[in-house]
Ligand binder design. Structure first.
Ligand code: GRF
Length: 203
């Protein structure tokens, strides 16, 4: 399976995918890493492993439709089968969601549907977790559909929230889970074990 990974930031989830690939944990090949931010450290991680990179940022592509078209062109040019959003903070165009129905997976740092949807990303998620005083949080891997963080859920894993936890300590615990769940999702996908029935994933 040919995989494209879309990032916006540090790329620790990308790194866990690269490490899993190099360890032979899954046979899928990470063909392409695309960032919407030229300064994303994840681009450096990709280059360190000789993976093709591309930047689709507003400065280079001011027109959203040009950016969307370029994204679709790149995915098709590299014959991508599976798109993985790993800390990607831009919206996936409708045309791509349709073309890659149940072939785009996203990792979100909460137990969806809690703390998901517009405006809930990165540290903001953990700030709300603390504010709300929930006793467990975690990570969710799901297929991407038209609704932000709303697609069929593939995996979830929970972690306890302690009273003295901070955004940093929660992020650390949740990232550790993300780094486990995302490679597992790619492996199950390539083994054809992720079946979607009536918008629910049967593993
Ligand atoms: C993190 O907040 C992670 O929870 C979410 O995206 C952000 C960046 O992750 N999935 P990464 O280190 O760039 O993979």
């Amino acid at each position: 399976v040919k995989v494209a990974v879309l990032i916006s930031g540090g790329g620790t989830n990308l790194q866990s995918l690269i490490d899993s690939s190099e360890k032979g944990y899954f046979s899928s090949e990470i063909k392409l890493v695309i960032s919407n931010r030229p300064d994303a450290y994840g681009l450096t991680r990709a280059k360190n492993h000789h993976i093709k990179t591309a930047v689709l940022d507003r400065a280079t592509y001011p027109e959203g439709k040009d950016r969307d078209l370029k994204l679709l062109e790149m995915l098709q040019q590299e014959e991508i089968d599976l798109v993985v959003l790993a800390g990607y903070l831009a919206i996936i165009p409708q045309k791509i969601i349709e073309k890659y129905r149940n072939r785009i997976i996203n990792i979100h740092p909460s137990l969806l549907p809690s703390f998901g949807g517009k405006g809930f990303y990165g540290r903001k998620v953990h700030e709300e977790v603390i504010k709300r005083g929930v006793k467990i949080t975690g990570a969710t891997v799901h297929f991407v559909n038209e609704e932000t963080d709303g697609g069929p859920i593939i995996f979830q894993e929970a972690v306890k929230v302690d009273f003295d936890d901070t955004v940093d300590t929660i992020q650390e615990k949740v990232l550790a889970i993300e780094h486990q769940l995302l490679p597992r999702a790619v492996k199950l996908y390539e083994e054809g074990l992720l079946v979607v029935i009536d918008d629910r994933v049967k593993i």
